[in-house]
Design a protein around this ligand. Structure first.
Ligand code: AOS
Ligand code: ZN
Ligand code: ZN
Length: 388
């Protein structure tokens, strides 16, 4: 059986990055339901993120999105984060909210539009220099809606050329993380639709380019844990964007739709060294809390990843390997199921108490008065949100 002290130590090493946009208002194409007390500025998003870290103890970094988090002085934003016990995490680019990008950004047929998109990406690297962020996270909405609309291979060539220009600009300790998504907003072809396309581009670019697995970006039935295992073996898994989906890119709380899938993914992470610091996998959330209270939902999401991680760490790897060697299918499967079926909540409550944390982070947040304070104080001004 795994040593509980080692499991607890591994849990103490885990870091989960929360997204600045998760704290702001969001919605669907039909309606954005504004919530009271939502942050009006990037600083206020960090203030909320600090609460998530305060009660979970494992969420010290925050992903930024440019231009939603554009500020005059990034060093000052970094200092604000530091004063809160946080650090600024990945910089997410945005080449999808401009009229010029109707037919794409880095794959657009017009070189002027491609240049504009690449300049934005280079500006994001400048921002990384100012914030100390080590990862540039790229998701492209590029694609086509109709057969014949554009040349599929021509678009791949433009993508490769644009990515190479950005890769060139990266510092030695910076990396590029390329996210894929099988459809939406493009409905016929998407230029980075799957892990294989992302992997092929990253392979050509070099060691500083890695793949992002967003758990909501696959066709139904896709075996995500296989992708994770494969990419870890190739040292090409850069990050996760965790969320849950029932249908498409639903961006619901991670672990809410299919906790067993989350466990299977994290088992492959544990099995293949993905929790080790040197492997440098970023565990990020990419979620939108459209109808539920945002800060407690993010706390719950961090806890869901932590619970699935604890179960993955509890897998008796020796028993598993022995059963696999012996071709004992049932015992091998049982080694996984025993861990998955373990109620790890008492272990995690104990782990928190040992670190001076409240055993129930959501209850502690609810009792701390922060929600009442932000509802009272954050009136007026424009509330930040997805797209604001
Ligand atoms: C879009 O579907 C992707 O999941 C992106 O990772 C992300 O939600 C967006 O770029 C916000 O930064
Ligand atoms: Zn994502
Ligand atoms: Zn997405």
């Amino acid at each position: 059986m795994p040593d509980i002290a080692a499991v607890k130590a591994a849990l103490a090493d885990q870091r989960i990055e929360t997204p600045s946009w998760g704290y702001g208002n969001s919605g669907t194409r039909f309606k954005v339901f504004a919530q009271e007390g939502v942050p009006r500025t990037p600083r206020e998003k960090l203030d909320d993120a600090a609460k998530v870290h305060e009660f979970t103890g494992i969420a010290p970094t925050v992903s930024l999105h440019i231009p939603w988090d554009k500020v005059e002085d990034y060093a000052a934003l970094g200092a604000h984060a530091k004063a809160l016990g946080l650090e600024l995490g990945a910089i997410n680019s945005n080449t999808f909210q401009d009229d010029d990008y109707k037919l794409g950004s880095v794959c657009h047929p017009d070189p002027k539009v491609r240049r504009k998109a690449v300049e934005h990406l280079l500006e994001c690297v400048d921002i990384m220099d100012a914030t100390g962020s080590k990862s540039l996270k790229l998701w492209f909405a590029d694609g086509t809606n109709y057969p014949g609309q554009d040349d599929i291979v021509g678009r791949q060539d433009r993508l490769a050329e644009s990515l190479a220009a950005v890769y060139e600009r990266l510092g030695d300790d910076q990396r590029l993380l390329l996210e894929y998504k099988f459809f939406e907003p493009a409905f016929y072809t998407t230029d980075v639709p799957d892990w294989g396309t992302s992997y092929a581009h990253c392979l050509k670019l070099g060691d500083k380019a890695q793949v992002v697995v967003d758990t909501g970006h696959h066709a139904p039935g896709t075996n995500i844990e296989f992708i994770v295992a494969f990419l870890l073996r190739e040292k090409k898994l850069g990050a996760f964007d965790f969320n849950s989906r029932f249908y498409a890119d639903d961006d619901l709380m991670v672990g809410s739709a299919d906790p067993f899938q989350l466990f299977r993914i994290l088992h492959e992470v544990a099995q293949n060294g993905g929790f080790e610091r040197e492997t440098n996998v970023a565990f990020m959330l990419d979620q939108c809390h459209n109808i539920e209270a945002k800060i407690p939902a993010i706390i719950r999401s961090v806890m869901n990843v932590q619970e699935a991680t604890a179960k993955a760490l509890l897998v008796d790897r020796e028993a598993l390997a022995a059963a696999q060697r012996a071709g004992d299918v049932l015992s091998a499967n049982a080694a996984l199921m025993d861990a998955y079926n373990t109620d790890v909540r008492p272990l995690l409550a104990e782990w928190r108490e040992e670190r001076g944390l409240h055993p129930d982070p959501v209850a502690a947040y609810r009792a701390c008065g922060w929600q009442e304070r932000i509802v009272a104080e954050r009136v007026g001004g424009e509330q930040a949100g997805w797209g604001a």
